[in-house]
Design a protein around this ligand. Structure first.
Ligand SMILES: *Cc1c(COP(=O)(O)O)cnc(C)c1O
Length: 226
């Protein structure tokens, strides 16, 4: 008997394939990050058993707890705001930090990665709608941050991450498109900046049509959060 998560995953994969079809894209170029925040360890384990290898958490505290509770190998992604004083923990656990939004944070992460003897993949979080309450750099500051990261020895800049303002589908599409254009410009200047992390449960098909390479999905896989 397939369980709920298995059924949800199959439905997501079908919708991903259809959206990629509409956009003339190969679905194998899309990474699915399952967002496990608030969901307990058995749910996390089930996702891993179903072959999802990349998981996202938005708080370092919860990330650390889950990383301890789960015994299967995981590629962890930090998808929430990171304070400098927690950079060491995040650097140790994560494959990728998706929320780098300042030069001091990037420098701290590079030092921590050096201590750990690892190379850390990072995305620059861009505040694509210029919202006051949201973290992320302004689009006009992304290039300066990309240049700084590029010169840090232990960070590998891989692209951009964004969370657009809550809006209707057409305006959401415009935000996604401008994130893609920014990624294209930075990608032309800095090697390896190919990823575009955008698209959550309510908007991932639009994100795919506009070029997302990393989806961050929670509710679509695991149901509503308590
Ligand atoms: C919670 C969260 C998600 C997943 O949201 P869903 O709507 O459950 O898919 C994606 N990205 C970030 C940054 C999040 O905090």
């Amino acid at each position: 008997m397939p369980d709920r998560i298995e059924e949800n995953l199959r439905a997501v994969r079908e919708r991903v394939a259809r959206a990629c079809g509409r956009a003339g894209r190969d679905p194998s170029g899309v990474l699915l990050v399952a967002v496990t925040k608030t969901f307990p360890a058995p749910v996390v384990t089930r996702a891993l058993e179903l072959g999802i290898g990349d998981l996202g958490e938005n708080r370092v505290q919860e990330l650390r707890q889950k990383a301890e509770q789960v015994s299967l190998p995981v590629r962890w992604h930090l998808i929430g705001h990171l304070q400098s004083n927690k950079a060491g923990i995040a650097a140790r656990i994560c494959r990728m930090i998706q929320t780098v939004d300042s030069i001091p944070l990037a420098q701290k992460l590079s030092r921590e990665a050096q201590t750990l003897g690892k190379e850390l993949e990072v995305l620059i979080q861009v505040n694509i709608g210029g919202e006051k309450q949201k973290s992320g750099v302004e689009p006009s500051d992304a290039e300066g941050l990309a240049r700084a990261i590029h010169h840090l020895p232990h960070l590998r800049p891989r692209g951009l991450m964004t969370i657009p303002p809550i809006a209707d589908a057409e305006r959401t599409r415009v935000y996604f498109r401008s994130a893609r254009e920014l990624r294209d410009r930075l990608g032309a200047e800095f090697s390896g900046m190919t990823e575009l992390s955008m698209g959550m449960t309510d908007d991932y098909e639009i994100a795919l049509e506009e070029g997302a390479t990393i989806l961050r999905l929670g509710r679509a896989l695991f149901g509503e959060r308590a």
